[in-house]
Design a protein around this ligand. Structure first.
Ligand code: IPM
Ligand code: MN
Length: 353
């Protein structure tokens, strides 16, 4: 098949891990007889430096003409002045909103090869395999917000509507049907009106999915259960901000934030794929970054936007085999263990494919 992919390397380690994901996709294209065209564009801090805008109109134009977006990472100390009028993160939030990418899928599993790498006891990690479905275009991230003129008051508003909760709940229930038929909806219904609407709406959507077991837990309890019984979760459904926080917490279960991919989807096949990690400016340019989250994001792109399930599996299996063979980037090398570079790790994945 032919596909056009918009590539937004972004800042910090973004360009280094992106180069590896593109190599992997080129290899997959050659091996399976596809033709992928990559179009690079500016987003984030680099776009601010070059155009003054974190999400230039040209980038949106390129992205609109493509089948999917692959994104590295955005942000860094250079642009982190909280009083600045433009910030790199606005580019990312703008992209999510522009394309109505309301469902963010963040799969988390423990790789047996890395189990010793987490701070949890190994027996707690057996069978950890969950999917966090995070609402991505609503809630407090996009509600009315303001810093009052006197500088003494600021507010952000959590707002959810029934249709917004319904559409992401459908994504989560359908995902559960393709997995272990269990959905845990996370809220704070004991305190927040928006979260009572959330719970009521999820209960309503459940009527269409009687084969899925649904439970509701409060977000504070969820943070604890993620550490005390992580293997009990299948699909977790959460609001924009709760999903943001819970997915960083869950990343501990995978051994490193560098391992995790994500897919942001709307109602069609178009999607944005990015690793969960940030731009890691402290290690940028040193060949130390773990390209796994980025490479696995490319695998999700193959699966969800291009419908290439076999190719997606081939990439995921190659990553597992690479880890089992002992290949380690700096973040997942044990204290005295040696590690290989970002490129060498990706080269091993390519050989396994
Ligand atoms: C994420 C990030 C973003 C978010 C930031 C960079 C705006 O933390 O994708 O999880 O909060 O959504
Ligand atoms: Mn986050």
């Amino acid at each position: 098949m032919k596909a056009t992919i918009t590539v937004l390397p972004g800042d910090g380690i973004g360009p280094e891990v992106m180069a590896q994901a593109v190599r992997v996709l080129e290899h997959v294209a050659g091996k399976y007889g596809h033709e992928f065209t990559f179009q690079e564009a500016l987003m984030g801090g680099i776009a601010i430096d070059k155009t003054g805008n974190p999400l230039p109109p040209e980038t949106l134009r390129v992205a609109e003409q493509s089948d999917a977006i692959l994104l590295g990472a955005v942000g860094g100390p250079k642009w982190s002045d909280p009083t600045a009028a433009v910030r790199p993160e606005q580019g990312l939030l703008g992209l999510r909103k522009h394309f109505e990418l309301f469902a963010n899928l963040r799969p988390v599993k423990t790789y047996p090869a890395l189990a010793g790498f987490t701070p949890l006891r190994p027996e707690l990690l057996e069978g950890v395999d969950m999917l966090i479905v995070r609402e991505l275009t609503g809630g407090i991230y996009f509600g009315p917000s303001q810093e009052q003129g006197d500088g003494d008051t600021a507010y952000d508003t959590e707002i959810y509507t029934v249709p917004e909760v319904q559409r992401v709940a459908h994504v989560a229930f359908r995902a559960a049907q393709g997995r272990r038929n269990k959905l845990t909806s996370v809220d704070k219904a004991n305190v927040m009106a928006s979260m009572r609407l959330w719970r009521r709406t999820v209960i309503g959507v459940h009527e269409d999915y009687s084969d899925v077991e649904l439970d509701h837990i409060l977000v504070d309890a969820c943070t604890m259960y993620l550490m005390t019984r992580p293997a009990s979760f299948d699909v977790i459904l959460a609001s924009n901000i709760f999903g943001d926080i819970l997915s960083d917490e869950a990343s501990v279960l995978a051994g490193s934030l560098g391992m995790l991919p994500s897919a942001s989807l709307g109602s069609g096949k178009f999607g944005l794929y990015e690793p969960v990690h940030g731009s890691a400016p402290d290690i940028a340019g040193q060949g130390k970054a773990n390209p796994t989250g980025m490479i696995l994001s490319a695998a999700l792109l193959l699966r969800y936007s291009l419908g290439l399930e076999d190719e997606a599996r081939a990439v995921e299996t190659a990553v597992e085999q690479t880890l089992e063979a002992g290949a380690r980037t700096a973040d997942i090398a044990s204290g005295s263990g040696s590690y290989i570079s970002t490129d060498e790790f990706a080269q091993t994945v390519i050989e396994k494919i």
